[in-house]
Design a protein around this ligand. Sequence first.
Ligand code: ZN
Length: 288
Amino acid sequence: MAEAAEDLTYPCKVAVVYHPAFSDKGYPALKGRVAPAFQELESRGLLELESVRLLEAKPADEDLAAEVHSESHLQGVRASGYYEIALLSAGSVVVGATEVAAGRALASFCFVGAAGHHASHDGFWGFCFLNDVAMAITRLRGSAGLRRFAIIDIDPHFGDGTRDILGPDPGVLHVNFHSGYGMAKSGGPKNIDIALPHNADDRHFLAGVDEALAAARDFEHDLLFIVFGHDGHRDDYGAFELGDGVYASFARKVKESFPEGVCYVLSGGADERVARRAVGDVVEVLAR
Ligand SMILES: [Zn+2]
């Protein structure tokens, strides 16, 4: 795998950011799907394509984590035993977002060993330790001059940590899919909660995606993050009853609206077969 290349004069279609530690040392509920999903990219021949670039994740700076989280939060993460993998996971997102922001990739797909959307400024739960997207946004504002960001979180669990940190931020649109009516949190025009029923099917979900993409088009962001949980598949552990083909349909919709400037961040999901299909299909859509 290559270091982030500084001298490339053309963008690849998709940068895939990966590290083998995600499957070796990742959070137990999440790590089992990581290597199979990555092997799926290999077996489909996607990593051989000129349009695809493979990058190795690097740990995020601890100073960056301290810009987003309180000291007591970081002490708790250190005590959890997942601090190193959380830094490497957040660092994967920083690498992937930076590649897109710098124009070296039209899109990126960032593997992780621990998720981020339940990590708030001062608390964490649900396989999440550091808020990877909030850390990447903080870094890009400091280093790349980007100001406005959209987040579409399709993981069926409410992205409460992201809402806590970025909900009040006027430069961030947070569109948050979740299961369960009446759970809408702070709301407002730039905090959009798309509540779907527990048994939401592909049609329900893709209608919500249209709504999310319309909101993102109106927001005129500099970069779009997709919090990509595949735990909404009917064979995975979250709510929703999504089918095998939905993630390709989703990625095509996103690409039609935003042909560039998109950073996918792996989130919830445990089922190996679902992960192979979901991640393989998304990267294949991005690569073609
Ligand atoms: Zn989830």
